[in-house]
Design a protein around this ligand. Structure first.
Ligand code: UDP
Length: 375
């Protein structure tokens, strides 16, 4: 039978997942329509120019991966710079290096040898380890105490985590804190991955190139318009929230979102680093981002007399907001599993990405998943 539909694929969501899938489909000669409810492409990696500085509109996006194939894929479209994420933590005015490494331990305890650091951590974690009786830590607090002990947990983890997730650490899954390295060397690189950087041309260029040859409709909300849109394509790739796709019929999944207070300042350098986390519960923001530091290094920083900073505030997601982080606790995880059962009843829809898979993915994982999607 002759195919009468104008597109092979309707791709819902013009973020990193949708754009990578669209690129693969185009390479295979498929006709793609990409829709997004926002007025721009790129989802949360989209950037805006302010005072000549590329601003990460939806929070800092630092590309890092251990997957050479993913790195090479991205490098086909943009040139990655040599940015290495080395955030600082500010606890009531005192600065600490992150992730947890010998610099942090020296700042915390005045010690300089790994043996001395291990001794203090072992002493501080002993009580928690004994109480576990050999079982795995069942929440973030137990996990953090086992990894780095009481002092670091109280100073650098508890306040930040509870602000970011809006829940006590005892009610959060342990895996969240396992994202962070713990090192007994003086190494402030936040990631263990061998490849890391920020696109020199910006993320918008990456997305533009991935979407080349696709028809794009922005400001189009798929959910209310689905009947009409579904009729345009044989297959649908959906990267929005999975519970919304099914009209929340099994209940709402929970998300956290982020509010940004972004300011242009008449000074060349505000905090001398791209990311400073505020780990005390008394300061309401979770971190301050100074965007020029992602792409300007050394003397270049002073060339622009202005700088752009964003205060980040973590907020519980409510209808009408952009969902940022899935909240992978037990309740949400089992609800998500039930949605995946429902998804089996819609075989012409492929689900993927941070929201559709309800996973705390980094950008490289999103691309990896999009590369593996059976088209
Ligand atoms: N975290 C923390 N203190 C910090 C930074 C991170 O306790 O200064 C914890 C926090 O629970 C957070 C988790 O580590 O949710 C993972 O942090 P990551 O930087 O990977 O989060 P991202 O911003 O990349 O989502």
């Amino acid at each position: 039978m002759e195919n009468k539909k104008p597109y092979d694929y309707l791709i819902v969501g013009a973020g990193l997942f949708g754009a990578t899938v669209a690129y693969r489909a185009r390479q295979a000669g498929k006709r793609c329509l990409v829709v997004d409810r926002r007025s721009h492409i790129g989802g949360n990696v989209w950037q805006q120019d302010m005072a000549g500085i590329a601003v990460h509109t939806y929070g800092p996006h630092i590309f890092h991966t251990a997957n050479r194939e993913v790195w090479d894929f991205v490098s086909r479209f943009v040139t990655m710079n040599h940015f290495i994420n080395s955030p600082l933590a500010n606890y009531n005015g005192k600065l600490y290096n992150l992730p947890f490494n010998m610099n942090t331990f020296r700042q915390m305890w005045g010690i300089t040898s790994p043996d001395a650091a291990r001794r203090i951590i072992d002493e501080q974690r002993a009580r928690t380890v004994t109480a576990l009786h050999g079982r795995e830590p069942k929440n973030l607090e137990e996990q953090a105490l086992c990894l780095v002990g009481r002092d670091i947990y109280q100073t650098l983890i508890k306040g930040y985590t509870e602000k970011q997730w809006g829940r006590p650490c005892t009610e959060l899954p342990a895996f969240i804190i396992r994202r962070l390295p713990v090192r007994f060397t003086y190494d402030n690189n936040y990631f263990n991955d061998p490849y890391q950087g920020i696109p020199e041309e910006g993320y918008n260029t990456l997305i533009d190139k991935l979407l080349e040859g696709c028809d794009i409709r922005l400001g189009v909300d798929y959910i209310p318009g689905r009947a009409e849109l579904d009729a345009l394509a044989d297959k649908i790739v959906y990267s929005g929230s999975i519970d919304e796709f099914f009209d929340f019929q099994l209940g709402h999944l929970e998300y956290r979102t982020v509010r940004f207070d972004t300011q242009i300042l008449d000074m060349p350098d505000f905090q001398h680093n791209a990311v400073v986390n505020y780990t005390s519960p008394t300061q309401l923001h979770t971190r301050i981002i100074e965007h020029k530091h992602f792409t300007c290094f050394g003397k270049e920083v002073m060339r622009n007399p202005q700088t752009v900073i964003s205060y980040e505030y973590s907020v519980e997601w409510k209808k009408g907001m952009e969902p940022f982080y899935p909240l992978n606790n037990q309740r949400n995880q089992s609800l998500y599993e039930r949605y995946t059962e429902l998804a089996k009843t819609t075989p012409n829809v492929l689900f993927g990405g941070r929201l559709a898979e309800y996973k705390y993915y980094d950008m490289d994982k999103v691309i990896e998943k999009a590369m593996q999607l059976p088209l």
